[in-house]
Write a protein that binds this ligand. Structure first.
Ligand code: ZN
Ligand code: ZN
Length: 426
């Protein structure tokens, strides 16, 4: 039996569980939970994993869990899904749309929706977990299915690690994860090397000297300082880096002053930096610091600016060899529906898990937009305008063929590493 035959033997069970999986997805979509609050989701996942025969390690990093299926000697493969939703008011008009709300970490009442599609990741992984358990005669080794909390706030993987993930489960040899992205449903997209950016959030406070709006001679104006910083930061990408370097520096917020006739005491800027490798990241962050300090000096500020590093996401850099194997398996499984995807601007915390284990990984894109809708928008040249992207209140993955494809992709990827069963004929 070839690798594909063995994966197909496992996937033959998909027809029998499809409608149950679809119901699970709709229920999850209607009951989204914010990061670190995924209690209902985690309980429902754990209960099913136990039924499938997994040993379930719960409450690793709050609601995080790992199901372990030990199936004889062989490699250990980790498959990961994130579980959390977003503080977004859903406007998809779907019959199973969320009307949920919740209290966020800062105590605010917010609407909640699965606007990033993590409900699809959970359902696909649950489907793959069930099929792999039912088809355990077709493979040998150990399968870890990891359900991670709080990807959106960026600290879910970290919390699983600080609560001993690497000591609590068997050491995996390779890790795989997927994410729904606005490409045609039924398609999967791999990419060797850089896939997602690293993200750094920085809070900058500059201090001047407040005075009457009529008396600039008595003031050190933080409004001007902040304005110069915003403009000057643009020169990092345009003047300090090669045109071939994909880097983003965004000032997303400037807060200062309350009145036209008062020069305020200070100004606060929130900056977001996206890079794809550690050297560039360090260089860009150093440039931000240099510019902020120099602009404060240029204005004659007597107090040093405060530069605080906030949430940080690592880069997602797919292992070349692992990605090649998975791409080959996808080409065999999906034919023309498998391809290469372009570099993505978003960020993820998945890579912290394989990095902590010291193992290679690959992460791929799972298309989720109705193919006809996508094709029509492509023909009009209006994909960017007409196809709602992740985090949009209108982001609405089509249930099928997204779900089937996601399950198939996870199984196909797992089979690139798992061993042939001893009893199988060659
Ligand atoms: Zn997201
Ligand atoms: Zn996401």
């Amino acid at each position: 039996m070839t690798l594909k035959d063995r994966a197909d033997a496992v996937l033959a069970g998909l027809d029998g569980i499809r409608s149950e999986l679809e119901d699970f997805y709709k229920d999850l979509h209607a009951h989204p939970e914010l990061g670190h609050q995924e209690h209902r989701t985690a309980t429902r996942v754990a209960e099913r994993l136990r039924n499938y025969g997994y040993q379930v390690h719960e409450r690793i990093g709050g609601t995080g869990m790992v199901g372990v299926l030990a199936n004889g000697a062989g490699p250990t493969v980790l498959l990961r899904a994130d579980m959390d939703a977003l503080p977004v008011h859903e406007e998809t008009g779907l019959p199973y749309a969320s009307t949920a709300d919740s209290t966020d970490a800062s105590g605010r009442q917010v609407p909640v929706a699965h606007a990033c599609g993590h409900d699809m990741h959970v359902t696909c992984l649950l489907g793959a977990a069930r099929l792999m358990a039912a088809g355990a005669r077709s493979w040998q080794g150990t399968l870890l299915v990891l359900f991670q909390p709080a990807e959106e706030p960026g600290d879910g993987a970290d919390r699983m690690l600080t609560e001993g993930l690497t000591d609590r489960v068997p050491h995996p040899d390779v890790a795989f994860a997927q994410h729904v992205l606005p490409y045609p449903a039924g398609e999967v997209g791999t990419r060797a090397g850089s896939f997602l950016s690293a993200a750094d959030n920085i809070k900058i406070t500059v201090y001047g000297r407040g005075a009457h709006g009529s008396a600039p001679q008595a003031a050190i104006d933080p409004v001007v300082m902040a304005s110069m910083i915003v403009v000057r930061l643009q020169t990092i990408v345009s003047r300090e880096l090669a045109a071939t370097q994909p880097v983003v520096v965004t000032v997303g917020s400037v807060q200062t002053g309350t009145s036209g006739n008062v020069i305020p005491e200070s100004a606060e800027l929130l900056v977001n930096v996206r890079t794809y490798d550690e050297d560039t990241r360090r260089a860009v962050l150093a440039a931000v610091r240099r510019i902020v300090k120099a602009e404060c000096d240029a204005s004659g500020a007597t107090r040093e600016p405060r530069i605080e590093e906030g949430t940080r996401f690592p880069p997602t850099v797919n292992d070349e060899a692992v990605t090649r194997e998975v791409s080959t398996a996808f080409a065999t499984a999906f034919g023309e529906r498998a391809g290469t995807v372009e570099l993505q601007g978003a960020s993820e915390d998945f890579s912290r898990i394989p990095d902590a284990f010291g193992i290679p990984y690959t992460y791929w894109a799972l298309g989720c937009i109705d193919p006809d809708t996508y094709q029509a928008a492509r023909q009009r040249g209006t994909v960017a305008q007409d196809i709602p992207v992740n985090h949009s209140p209108r982001f609405a993955p089509v249930l099928q063929p997204t779900l089937d494809t996601g399950v198939q992709a996870l199984v196909a990827a797992a089979f690139t590493r798992l061993a042939m069963p001893n009893h199988a004929s060659p």
